[in-house]
Design a protein. Sequence first.
Length: 655
Amino acid sequence: MTALPDARVNKNLEGSGVRARIQKFGGYLAGMIMPNIGAFIAWGLITALFIETGWLPNATLAGLVGPMLYFLLPILIGHTGGRMVHGHRGAVVGAIATAGVIIGGITEFATLSGTPMFLGAMIMGPAAAYLLRLFDRAVEGKVRAGFEMVVDNFSLGIIGMILAIVGTLGVGPVVAAIVAVLSAGVNALVAAGLLPLASIFVEPGKVLFLNNAINHGIFTPLAAIDVETAGKSILYMVESNPGAGLGLLTAFMLFGPKSLRASTSGAIVIHFLGGIHEIYFPYILMRPVMILATIAGSMSGLFVATTLGAGLAGPPSPGSILAYLAVTPPGGHLPMLATVLTAAVVSFLVASVLLKFGRGAEDDVVEEQVHAIESMESGSAVLGSDVTKLVIACDAGMGSSVMVAGQMRKRLAPYGVEVVHTPVDQIPVDAQVVLTHEGLAKRAEAKAAGALVVPFSSYLGDPAFDRVELAIREGRLLTAAGIGEAAPSAVAQPAAGATATATLTRPKKKLAPGILPASNVRMGLASVAKEDAIRQAGDVLVASGAADPAYIDGMLLREHQTSTFLGQGVAIPHGTNESRTHIRSAALGFLQFPDGVDWDGHTVNVVIPIASNSDEHVSILAALASVLADKERSQRLRTARTPDEVISLLTPTEE
């Protein structure tokens, strides 16, 4: 049957083509906006409440609107963009350079009129940090002892001054002209009633996980300009309208495959009330034709919004109905509700038709068997009983792949299947089946043309793991997304000498001395942003002498490529394969955040950074997998009070 979509769907890069580059670029844009979305909401609420046409008009408090729009928000964006590129120094120089483009975009200081420099901040923040990073690397190791602080401070100040001048006289006016053209184009579409056509491009873009880039990288900055003059903007509703997704999920709940109906009600709550739109993307990806339903729903909603003059005073983030209600200006609730309801009804009707109102849902199993046979004939399937080697691939081959390999090695040992882990770019030529995160599937397929690549979305308990084991145990056809029927003579038998419990075939092995010293354990840390948590984790490795500072950049880059979140409140940040050159010795760290770190929508309480050039860390990751599988021990890991307790919990008893 069709696999149940996972709520934690991958948002990461696939391959090295145009789509991957667009995703990466969009990720950087969204990465500058998303950490500051609370500031945008604060500004939107102040606008909705205190401007002359607001809920509680107040001239004094309305005076916050202009300075926040022109100064606070762009500087926050530039600061964040700079930090993404070059840490704290990059953040400072990015803010300085952003101040320049802000001044360059203001045409009248007395009334604070001109162009809010969101786009300028997205350009100058990262660019300034990149130039400073080039300078820092050029002088690294060449500054005489005792003069480091002088060089650091004056280099930042001089470079910041130059870029602020460039922003004021050059970049600011140019960006203002570009924004004026874009705004005029959008306003023309709105005036002509053509804005609904944007859904033709926006909805497919969302399903490709470009939703945050589209919303916060494009529409949010343009919408802020509208709010300054009109107190509301329809552009906030182009991508974020929860109605289209609600209609689609409701259709699946009533008429979709029976294997999905029971879980879809939960997805509706997460989407409509929680604002997590990604929850419905897998439903479209499993049946791409369903994109027509969300396009139709979104277009219809925008048509109603245009006709009734609907708009929001701030960005609804996340895109839930509760957020919509909070940022709707006075007199705007009926048009807003009509917009959402229309999108939901139209999307539901179109989706129901495409699902044939439930007729044919029982054919799913038959269709899957046919697909499996066709896949076998085309070389994209293998017979489970023929599998002797399973490769687990991740970006660097030393973190998530070790976790999955530890799980699968135990499950497949009774059948004599060899399980190895490797970087995705170094998959061995004799691999028969490759398990890899769906964000790396395209790269794996390119490197292992003769193997079957089976993607998964969650590192713990993903349905793909069960499919692989079932296919091998029962000798069934295994494809990238399903399994076929078993051949009676093909059922796999336990390998000679193998026991029913794989763990009995593994020799005992103690934790390598010094790989996790007590000095590398940090307890009771205050909550921070994900990037800051990764930097703190990298600092632990650097302070222990296990890695050079440049390894931290590799850890941040690795996180941009594929998330290191494992589940059960644990993340294992580590560098890219290329950054291994900055590792001096094998080591791990342990950072505990009792109040949690927001890790792309997941809450992480335990961060375990990894530095390793070989497999010294395998034993502790195997133990970690065992801990996470045990809810009681996993909870103890998150609430441990001493380094000794942590090390005791993570001390492995087997490979």
